[in-house]
Design a protein around this ligand. Structure first.
Ligand code: SAH
Length: 341
């Protein structure tokens, strides 16, 4: 049993099934999601027997295995250990508008994107809602800081772990708990079309970010195996549907890989593709990983690409690079660690 993953009503059923009064539900939910305690012992107003039962039933807490702190900007990359020994990465970032956290949704990933370190060892398992919540809660316990924004952009494909990710979002936005606004959550996907449509129907006010990375299907197929399954047109149709249902502007992520997708023709083709769509493009200079020989273009070519899009009235920003002095590229710390162990 994993009570940190339970919705309020499910927790209430559990509490009642133990013969406890329902005001205990409010207390336990508050300890878990409002005060985000790291141990059952801290739930001091509960009877000992209830505390023992909760802890015997398995209370999910993440343990910090190690962390890297950027000397430049205070970015912290945590490596957390899960109950079964799996390791996951979580990145805490300070911005002028508040603190953000980038969480993982799976241990490993099976999407196989060519430039990404997280997918090299394949998928190990899905994370539970409690393991996603705990990345946020543990980071707050350790840093003593509040978290204002969550991006589900760490290791894993969130739409490949749909039910648990939805549960995570509903729990972290529960007003009886941490009560984060859904508007402060961004989910990034490589573009699993039927799941984007299903997400639209949930009518959550989260921002959807699509990892596009190419202006056409043939270039996309070279970088992302998922492109064999769903075309860019199908993705864009699903994005329009998402916008219709939620009113949320779509973000597109585009990692610039030297010589692969960063020419001025690519910029032109991309702006034609996206013209008329209510969207925003986030350019990410590719973060080279040891196992592949993709290269980052120079500043000039990145600026040129940006101008190429702006010329055609596309909203575009270059992702500010934080934590460049630590292994901030997806999956690099986890990989280093699992290779070492
Ligand atoms: N599976 C989801 C979320 C995780 S990846 C997705 O595909 O969107 C988060 C973002 O980082 C994605 O846009 C991904 O393509 C990008 N990314 C992964 N490795 C990268 C690298 N080495 N350099 C630049 N961007 C990378």
């Amino acid at each position: 049993m994993d009570i940190r993953s339970m919705y309020y009503d499910e927790l209430n059923e559990y509490i009642l099934s133990l013969g406890m009064p329902s005001y205990r539900t409010k207390q336990v939910f508050g300890w878990m999601h409002e005060k985000f305690v790291g141990s059952v012992d801290e739930m001091t107003n509960l009877p000992k027997a209830l505390r023992k039962k909760i802890s015997d039933d398995g209370f999910i807490v993440l343990k910090e295995e190690t962390k890297q702190v950027s000397k430049k900007d205070g970015t912290i990359k945590f490596l957390f250990r899960l109950y079964d020994g799996q390791m996951i990465e979580t990145v805490f970032m300070k911005y002028s508008y508040g603190n953000s956290i980038c969480i993982s949704s799976q241990a490993g990933c099976r999407m196989g994107c060519k430039f990404c370190a997280s997918t090299i060892g394949g998928l190990v398992r899905n994370l539970s809602a409690s393991e996603m919540l705990e990345q946020v809660y543990a980071a707050m316990r350790i840093t003593g800081e509040k978290i204002n924004n969550i991006v589900i952009m760490g290791t894993g494909e969130p739409l490949d772990n749909y039910d648990n990710v939805i549960r995570f979002i509903r729990l972290i936005t529960d007003e009886r708990g941490y009560n984060l606004s859904a508007r402060n959550i961004t989910m990034s996907t490589c573009g699993i079309v039927p799941m984007i449509r299903r997400l639209a129907d949930e009518k959550l006010a989260i921002t959807l970010a699509i990892s596009l990375h190419a202006p056409n299907d043939s270039k996309r197929k070279k970088l992302m195996p998922i492109a064999e399954k769903y075309s860019i047109n199908e993705i864009l149709d699903a994005c329009k549907y998402y916008f219709e249902k939620t009113g949320r502007r779509i973000s597109f992520e585009y990692s610039l890989v030297k010589g692969e997708n960063d020419s001025s023709e690519d910029a032109k083709e991309l702006s034609e593709l996206l013209s008329g769509l209510n969207c925003h493009v986030n350019l990410i200079p590719v973060n080279p990983i040891e196992e592949r020989n993709f290269e980052k273009g120079d500043n000039n070519s990145i600026q040129k690409f940006k101008l190429g899009l702006e010329k055609n009235s596309i909203n575009v920003t270059i992702r500010r690079s934080v934590g460049s002095d630590i292994d901030a590229a997806c999956g690099q710390l986890r990989r280093k660690y699992s290779v070492k162990v």
